[in-house]
Design a binder for this molecule. Structure first.
Ligand SMILES: Cc1cc2nc3c(=O)[nH]c(=O)nc-3n(C[C@H](O)[C@H](O)[C@H](O)COP(=O)(O)OP(=O)(O)OC[C@H]3O[C@@H](n4cnc5c(N)ncnc54)[C@H](O)[C@@H]3O)c2cc1C
Length: 411
């Protein structure tokens, strides 16, 4: 019998397993995938996410794999242009976008090193209940025989289509429709800095360097235009880049060589799902998922797996009832992630509300606030601070914003 079984071994599951195992708990983590393996993700990690890896002593291991360092970010939204970088967060002065084949393997290996038992290639099909509580899982490796593992607590870290969530009946209590679809691939031959560019016509280009000397290049448009896009994927892909940043479009045609197939996805809706119940919890995308536009999925998975590990430890070590401690984890997650969720859902519409247009337009005219903006995006400055009406009033005053553009509240 384990203390905790974790289903899913990527950004949320492996750190949770690692942190619990480091505290002496008996942990099993299973995943239907084997590692190293890829998953659909553009894998940018914010300073706040890297600082979790640093605290856990595994950032050096990631850096040793030589993901290109980014210290200058270019962000635009139609004619609003911001470039720079956030002030250091916990001493972190650069960011990376490591391939998931590399990042996730490190996370799985660190969980194993910490003492967690890891079973790869194992698909969970059932949650076992005893006395009204989740008490284990059933599943199998490939076509092998069904196996059963029991535990004091079960965690679903199995992504946004979470099997565990379905089996424990965890309902979605907040949902925002997703607006867009994405296509992306990896290119040789480019030398670009980080680009996050939303153009006129509700279309977006994201590009950043990653492992193996390659660049990830992604485009987004609203879902209404997906059928049209698909009629000529390569042509539509280039068309968006040509329209959003013509010079990058030209460089891509001249020098870029696509190294892998396109990955595509019509984004699923943004949601919060009930993430705690008797004997179970959900973490990472399983419990809280939002559009990748702001690149916060991995950072949040790392961050809240740590909060859950802390609360589970309190319960498992007997200092308070486990379900009560885990319930508190969901409250912390919801309160702390609310600003990111709202900002993400709004920006991912690919057209700015008058409020965000005013705020970001004014920000782009102030070097001080531009750095603060990157601090907000990187997780160093809370949304409550950046978007505080008094802070925005000072910004508008500093840049002489016209009176009718000085919007300080969202609604
Ligand atoms: C197109 C796209 C681009 C993105 N870009 C970024 C970005 O740039 N930066 C960023 O931070 N985030 C990004 N994200 C989001 C990010 O990828 C996710 O938030 C993150 O992967 C969530 O981690 P997780 O561990 O919760 O879930 P996942 O990474 O989804 O891992 C879940 C694991 O559970 C396993 N699993 C599922 N069901 C079962 C089962 N029944 N039995 C056993 N195992 C199971 C799966 O095999 C998988 O390995 C992007 C997402 C998408 C779709």
């Amino acid at each position: 019998m384990y203390d905790v079984i974790v289903v899913g071994a990527r950004c949320a599951g492996s750190p949770l397993a690692m942190l619990l195992a480091r505290r002496g708990h008996k942990v099993l983590v299973v995943d239907r995938a084997t590692f190293p393996s890829d998953t659909v993700s553009t894998h940018y990690i914010h300073q706040a996410g890297l600082s979790r890896l640093q605290d856990w002593g595994i950032l050096d291991r990631l850096v040793a794999t030589e993901p290109p360092a980014m210290r200058h970010l270019t962000f635009s939204y139609t004619d609003i242009f911001l470039e720079g970088f956030a002030d250091p967060i916990d001493g972190i002065t650069e960011v990376y976008s490591p391939r998931r084949t590399i990042l996730d393997e490190i996370l799985v290996d660190e969980a194993r090193k910490a003492g967690a038992e890891v079973v790869e290639g194992f698909t969970v099909t059932d949650v076992i209940f005893a006395d009204g509580r989740a008490a284990g899982v059933r599943g199998r490796i490939g076509d092998g025989p069904e196996r059963e593992f029991t535990a004091r607590f079960v965690v679903g870290a199995d992504g946004r289509n979470s099997t565990v969530a379905g089996l424990v009946g965890a309902e979605i209590y907040r949902s925002v429709p997703a607006a867009c679809f994405v296509y992306y691939s990896y290119y040789d031959g480019l030398d670009w800095t980080f680009q996050h560019r939303t153009g006129f016509g509700q279309q977006q280009l994201g590009a950043w360097p990653t492992h193996h000397g390659q660049h990830l290049v992604a485009v987004m448009r609203r879902k209404e235009r997906m059928r049209e896009f698909r009629a000529d994927v390569e042509g539509s892909f280039h068309e968006i880049i040509d329209q959003v940043v013509p010079e990058l479009g030209e460089d891509l045609r001249a020098n870029g060589k696509r190294a892998e197939n396109f990955r595509a996805m019509a984004y699923p809706d943004n949601f919060y799902r009930r993430s705690a119940g008797p004997g179970w919890a959900l973490v990472g995308d399983a419990g809280y998922h939002k559009d990748p536009f702001t690149g916060w999925g991995i950072t949040d998975a790392l961050k809240y797996s740590e909060v859950l590990a802390e609360k589970l430890h309190e319960g498992l070590s007997g200092s308070r009832p486990t379900d009560e401690a885990v319930e508190e984890y969901t409250k912390i997650r919801d309160a702390e992630s609310n600003g990111t969720f709202e900002l993400t859902c709004s920006l991912a519409e690919l057209s700015l509300t008058p409020y965000y247009d005013s705020v970001f337009r004014a920000t782009s005219m102030s070097p001080e606030y531009t750095t603060k903006f990157f601090g907000l995006i990187a997780g160093g400055i809370p949304g409550e601070e950046f978007f505080a009406p008094a802070n925005l009033e000072r910004l508008y005053e500093d840049v002489n914003m016209p009176a009718d553009r000085r919007i300080v509240t969202r609604s």
